[in-house]
Design a protein around this ligand. Structure first.
Ligand code: ADP
Ligand code: MG
Length: 248
């Protein structure tokens, strides 16, 4: 076992400004491997920008990021995906005019050119796509165009698409945002069961019931950097959090 056991995504002094706005401001954060980690904080506190910086969607101005002890700073998104990190987006990323099943198949990494291998792989991908659609509970919709799904179903499709690549760590940006309570419940139990199978989660979420009931470790952001971290109970009782985040 390497000494990196327990280490997941870690950043040191990560910074990203947009014009005069320091969206992420010297953030040093560590998340735990094998756990459900939550990143919470007021709107505009830099959570999505933080996600974008560590997944290669945007380049940080300074600071470093590592995953499982390996430097990932400024690596491109496909490189970071290959390192084992999959992510969803705050506003769902799906192809609205493709069917549910087609959306699953386009999310798979590029294939080899060898025709025989391609067809074998395609069969395997198809099977895996259907298995995952069943797991998230939308297999009956495989031939429906994605735009005809409810918003919650689109989020489930996006999650299933993220799972297609077999990531060991899954970053979700507001998975419950705009989703009805029944599907929030389903997303929560999927996170629980996937975590029990060994997947690490990093979740940005505003729904406090979901955060508090799902997470092992919570990091609280304010103005682009962490102001507190700990178990849900520790964070809930922290005066800095009550003041900055809950407004009391
Ligand atoms: P959160 O996800 O916590 O709500 P964001 O990371 O979306 O926060 O935003 C943090 C700050 O950075 C906000 O002030 C926001 O307006 C600003 N910001 C985010 N993305 C951009 C961008 N592409 N261009 C300019 N400003 C941005
Ligand atoms: Mg956001």
């Amino acid at each position: 076992m390497s000494t990196d056991a327990g280490r997941s995504l870690e950043t040191e002094g990560l910074t990203k400004s947009f014009g005069g706005v320091r969206a992420v401001d010297g953030a040093s954060v560590s998340f735990h491997h094998g756990k459900v980690n939550a990143l919470i904080g007021p709107n505009g506190s830099g959570k999505t920008t933080f996600f974008n910086c560590v997944t290669g969607m945007i380049r940080p101005d300074s600071g470093t990021a590592s995953y499982r002890g390996r430097d990932i700073t400024r690596k491109p998104p496909h490189w970071i995906a290959r390192a084992g990190i999959g992510r969803s987006f705050q506003l769902c990323r799906i192809f609205p005019r493709m069917t549910v099943l087609e959306n699953m198949l386009v999310s798979v990494r590029p294939r080899t050119l060898l025709a025989r291998i391609v067809s074998a792989r395609q069969r395997a991908d198809m099977e895996r796509a259907r298995e995952l659609l069943t797991r998230v509970g939308i297999d009956h919709l495989e031939n429906t165009e994605a735009r005809d799904l409810s918003y919650g179903q689109q989020k489930l499709l996006e999650l299933a698409g993220v799972l297609m690549a077999g990531p060991e760590t899954i970053m979700l940006d507001e998975p419950a945002g705009g989703v009805n309570p029944a599907l929030i419940e389903r997303i929560g139990s999927l996170v629980r069961s996937l975590n029990a199978e060994g997947k690490t989660f990093l979740i940005v979420e505003h729904n406090m019931d979901m955060v508090m009931s799902l997470s092992d470790h919570v990091v609280v952001f304010d103005r682009g950097r962490p102001i507190a971290e700990g178990t849900p109970d520790e964070v809930r009782a922290d005066p800095r959090v009550l003041e900055a985040y809950l407004g009391i």
